[in-house]
Design a protein around this ligand. Structure first.
Ligand SMILES: C[S@@+](CC[C@H](N)C(=O)[O-])C[C@H]1O[C@@H](n2cnc3c(N)ncnc32)[C@H](O)[C@@H]1O
Length: 399
């Protein structure tokens, strides 16, 4: 099915024959054909073409997905995006293309629409996305780079093949979170129990206040924190790559727009948000350079990224982490600290706690986060405990 896909400024609407008349005007500039050849289509010719596209591919292993791009603010159509998806049990491939009318170019609209399309394709478990671009079409090359495609050495009809392939079944470097992705209901209980006095939120607020500003929760998971952000922020947005968590986040709060995307591909325009939060999401140094560059792109000057991570030196939780065969826990977070320090991040420690209402919940969450050989001896040694002390560390990078 072709869904409506919404981004910050755009609605991608499933293409309909009724769009032909308006689109004929949008695409009437001959300059749009410099690299593709041909000439602008008349409304009638476009209507026939749209009729064929809407009827769908005659090949059952190929799906055609076409959208018109509507600029929400102006309520007008400004271009199209399309994907031709070839289905395969070993991973489907989508060839994508986009066009934006001359009057609306140079505003990042094609990148925003293509990013959303690539996010949607990731949700559909498309494994490879390709585009064929004329070697001299620099604007299109910029769009392709912005959505994570890279040029290959292969050419087809004089055009260069650009490509992005995922290893995880979806696009981008998305790795399903074993805790939240594996058991969203239990992670909900964990989120409710962590930081009962809101000390972490206080520290996040002190680092980069979001009252009356626009806030992006990057890797928002099932969206647990979104309603609280929407309470204070002028605008709260969630971005999440996991197709199983996305619908949960989208149902969380009608005030919040939740977009498919990842740290590496944020479906928002340049300089469009004031505060970005990443709470136990994506930023696990030394990985993170691509996402940090993308966050700095979407932050307005003066804006800030606040990353919430574990303090590997303080609190009972850190003692449990140190029992894992995890090099960074063994090093007490020294490499993580150094990675952020090199990027000019401020480091803030917050000592808080986990506090559960029931022992059963506490045990279940501890076993979600730790293997039995770590969780069980601790639980046996602390038979009455309903929680433990928990050190957090915030890394703040300002633009
Ligand atoms: C432990 S969960 C935390 C979710 C949420 N921030 C919270 O605190 O409830 C980690 C989240 O990061 C997301 N994630 C994984 N890879 C990502 C990427 N490349 N970019 C952004 N988020 C990613 C996961 O899908 C998951 O939702």
């Amino acid at each position: 099915m072709t869904d409506t896909i919404s981004t910050d400024r755009l609605d991608l609407l499933p293409l309909a024959v009724g769009h032909a008349a308006e689109m004929a005007k949008v695409l009437s500039d001959t300059d749009l054909h410099t690299f593709t050849g041909g000439a602008p289509a008349s409304p009638d010719a476009l209507r026939s073409r749209y009729q064929r596209l809407v009827a769908g591919s005659p090949d059952p292993d190929v799906c055609w997905r076409n959208w018109v791009i509507r600029l929400r603010e102006d309520g007008c159509l400004v271009g199209t995006v399309q994907a031709t998806i070839t289905l395969s049990p070993s991973g489907s491939t989508a060839e994508i293309a986009w066009v934006v009318g001359t009057a609306w170019q140079k505003r990042g609209i094609a990148s925003e629409a293509a990013r959303a399309l690539v996010g949607w394709l990731g949700e559909q478990r498309v494994r490879t996305v390709i585009a064929h671009l004329h070697p001299d079409h620099h604007a299109s090359a910029n769009v392709a780079s912005a959505v994570g495609l890279t040029p290959t050495g292969r050419r087809h009809d004089g055009e260069i093949r650009w490509e992005a392939t995922s290893t995880a079944g979806g696009l981008a470097d998305f790795r399903p979170a074993p805790n939240q992705g594996g058991d969203p209901a239990l992670y909900e209980i964990e989120n409710r129990a962590l930081d009962p006095r809101g000390l972490v939120l206080d520290a996040m607020r002190a680092a980069a206040p979001w009252a009356g500003r626009s806030l992006l929760d990057l890797g928002c998971g099932s969206g647990f924190w979104l309603p609280g952000y929407a309470e204070e922020a002028a605008r709260a947005i969630g971005v999440e790559p996991d197709p199983t968590l996305l619908p949960l986040a989208r149902r969380r709060d009608a005030r919040v727009r939740v977009l498919a995307g990842s740290a590496e591909h944020i479906p928002l325009p340049d300089a469009s948000v004031d505060v970005v939060h990443a709470r136990f999401a994506y930023f696990f140094p030394p990985a993170g350079a691509a996402g940090l560059a993308e966050v700095l792109r979407v932050l307005r000057p003066g804006g800030a990224l606040v990353v919430v991570d574990n303090d590997l030196r303080a609190g009972r939780f850190a003692e449990l982490l140190a029992r894992l065969p995890d090099a960074e826990a063994q090093a007490q977070g020294r490499h993580t600290d150094a990675w952020w320090a090199e990027r000019g991040a401020e480091r803030t420690e917050v000592m808080s706690e986990w506090r559960f209402d029931s022992r059963a919940d506490f045990e279940a969450v501890l076993r979600l986060e730790f293997p039995a050989e770590v969780a069980d001896p601790w639980l046996t040694a602390n038979p009455e405990a309903l929680g433990l002390s928990y050190g957090y560390v915030l890394f703040t990078v300002r633009r």
